[in-house]
Every structure is written in C-alpha cells, then in structure tokens.
Unconditional design. Structure first.
Length: 229
C-alpha cells in the first residue's frame, strides 16, 4: 500500500484533466452547498430530519456540482446530472466522476474516462472470514482463511474497496455486481480485477491516515491531483 498522499489545501486553479489522469477531491462538510442543489435534491434535503445527515447530503450532492462546475467553467446550478439505467449518475459531456464516503468524510474523483471509487476506514472491524466465505469467490475466501485475525481483516478490506470500486465502475452496484467482481491483489498499490470477463485496472492508495481507497477503471488511470474544498 502506498503511503498517504499530499493534499493541496487550496484548490486554486484546477489543472486540466488529461487522458489517464484522475483528480481526487475531499469535500469539507458544509450546509452552504445546499445552494447548489437541484429542485428534486432540494426536496430530499428538506425532508431529512437528522442535522448531520442533512449537511452530508448537501455536501455530497451540492459539493459535487461545485467541483464539476470548475471543470465545465460554469456555475454549479448549471450542472445537470443524468442517470444510467441502474441509477449511476453521470454528467453529459463529461468529465466522469464517482463519489464515496466513510466515517463522516466525503470524497469524489473526476476523470476523462469511466471509473469507480470506494473508500473505507482502515480501522473498520469486520468478520473477515465469515463475510469472505459468504460473499467472495472461492479463491479470494481461501486466501483470507489462511491469515491470522489482523491480516485477514486488513486483506478483507483491501478486497472490499477494490470490489466496490469495480461494481461502481460497472454501474451495476454492490447488490447486483458483487458476485461478478474478481480481484487479484498486488503490491505497491497496483492490483488487477475482472468483471464479467472484462479486465479491470485497480489502484489502491491511502488518501489520509487510517483510510483505504481504490480506483477502478477499464483503462489505466493514475491519481494526479489531490484537492480539498
């Protein structure tokens, strides 16, 4: 696993995305992002009773529009999101993006090519052997069964972020696609995957202390920019 990456605390002028590049963003929770929500999202936002959940929704949806507007050189309210058949959101005309959150932290990735992204707390406690036997392939589960408790937990989480990133790339989602996502863990943050016979490129990295993340793409992609807003 590569060490935690350096973040640019001030986004400033966002560089252009080049083919094969990916920009990673962390969104700081703020209710102010509600100003960027569309009509349907505003109705959902207003219906949320929990204060923190309300802020998180505004940040993830409104903040996403704020970032997309930087790449499209427009105002956030002009960003219109479409949805694929199974519900995956996309921005007509690009760039491609994906969103993930864990432990109260919200992240988004942007690229010129389709990608999936997942992030998890590295401290998360899981029943690694039991869950692997139930949801992973026989080969993946067998790998985990040979490890001690702590190793099994860490390896399970690596498999998990890679698998979830893969099914988000596919657009099928965790409930429909998990059984078809296959992962071969590698070293130095480089792993390989397969989804329904199609090769998947996987890049693992640590975007912060006690965080695990994975990017999934059909063609090689590298995280080249790290921003906070």
């Amino acid at each position: 696993m590569k060490p935690a990456i350096p973040w640019n605390n001030e986004a400033g002028q966002v560089p252009q995305l080049a083919p094969g590049d990916c920009h990673v963003w962390e969104l700081q929770p703020s209710q102010a992002y509600a100003d960027n929500l569309g009509a349907g999202e505003m109705a959902r936002y207003q219906a949320i009773s929990n204060a923190q959940a309300k802020i998180n929704f505004a940040t993830s949806q409104g903040g996403l529009r704020s970032i997309a507007a930087r790449y499209r050189n427009c105002e956030p309210w002009q960003i219109r999101l479409e949805h694929e058949e199974r519900g995956k959101p996309y921005l007509a005309g690009g760039p491609h993006f994906n969103l993930s959150h864990t432990a109260g932290r919200i992240f988004a990735v942007f690229s010129l090519q389709p990608l999936g992204f997942d992030i998890e707390s590295a401290n998360r406690h899981v029943r690694a052997r039991e869950l692997a036997a139930k949801f992973f392939s026989g080969q993946e589960s067998a790998h985990i069964q040979t490890l001690d408790d702590e190793q099994a937990r860490v390896v399970f989480l690596r498999y998990w972020v890679c698998k979830e990133a893969t099914v988000k790339l596919s657009g099928d989602g965790i409930y429909l696609g998990l059984s078809d996502a296959r992962v071969e863990l590698g070293g130095a943050g480089l792993s390989r995957g397969n989804y329904l016979g199609r090769e998947v490129w996987l890049r693992e990295f640590a975007p912060g202390e006690n965080l695990l993340a994975a990017l999934a793409s059909w063609e090689p992609v590298e995280a080249k920019g790290f921003f906070r807003i």
